[in-house]
Design a protein around this ligand. Structure first.
Ligand code: PGA
Length: 238
């Protein structure tokens, strides 16, 4: 069953103190309707599973392999994530696409594997600055979503314009709404779409109020528990 609103922390290759982070975040979650998910590095999952027990915070992986097991040195499978307490997994993040050469076919195969194990994939899409400036944004999104027809089940899409990630420059309201409405239309209006790219406590509320926005995926501003807690509170007011 998909939720209406998601607030997702992506810690990338950073390891904040779990206990210090969990306290303000768990407090901010009390009574809030949004699904709050944190995606720490793999090595922190076991500890995170213990720290977040009995809190409303859900765990997610930052990536997974498309196969369930096998000779894939250094990779992590969906069953492993599940055993570490993950109910979500990010797939197709632009940093995986850029630094690990991942393409749309692989990304959607990973999403299908996650769904087969009842783990909800958070599928990232988004254009580069060069593609936006060439007027190709919607074509790129269409291409990135084409293989969605191959997967069955409830998943989340994260619209993350590559030029807005970690840059402090977030997309304009118009650009966000246009992309979100387009993505929803491509997927028959049945998929929640969250926005990612320089989301901070001071812009999160306004972004979450925009049409067709079902929450946020937060990188840098999710590393500090107090800052992420403020984003959860801003989401409740949106
Ligand atoms: P950012 O990252 O919030 O630091 O821009 C978002 C993401 O990459 O998921």
């Amino acid at each position: 069953m998909s939720h209406n609103s998601y607030i997702i922390a992506n810690w990338k290759m950073n390891t904040p103190s779990l206990a210090a982070w969990a306290q303000p975040v768990a407090l901010a979650c009390v009574g809030e309707a949004a699904e709050v998910v944190v995606c720490p590095p793999f090595t922190q999952l076991a500890a995170a599973q213990m720290v977040f027990t009995n809190t409303p915070i859900h765990l997610g992986g930052q990536d997974c392999h498309a196969e369930d097991s096998g000779a894939f040195t250094g990779d992590i499978s969906v069953p492993m994530l599940k055993r570490s307490g993950c109910s979500y997994v990010i797939v197709g993040h632009s940093e995986r696409r850029k630094y690990h050469g991942e393409g749309d076919d692989l990304v959607w195969r990973k999403a299908a594997t996650a769904l087969r194990h009842d783990v909800t994939p958070i599928v990232c899409v988004g254009e580069t600055l060069q593609q936006r400036e060439a007027g190709q944004t919607l074509d790129i999104l269409k291409e990135q979503l084409a293989s969605a027809v191959l997967v069955k089940g409830d998943y989340v899409v994260a619209y993350e314009p590559v030029w807005a990630i970690g840059t402090g420059v977030n997309a304009t309201d118009e650009a966000i709404v246009e992309a979100h409405q387009f993505i929803k239309k491509q997927l028959n209006n049945r998929v929640p779409v969250v926005y990612g790219g320089s989301v901070k406590p001071d812009n999160a509320g306004a972004i979450m109020q925009l049409d067709a926005v079902n929450g946020v995926l937060v990188g840098g501003a999710s590393l500090d528990g107090e800052s992420f807690a403020k984003i959860i509170v801003a989401g409740a007011r949106a």
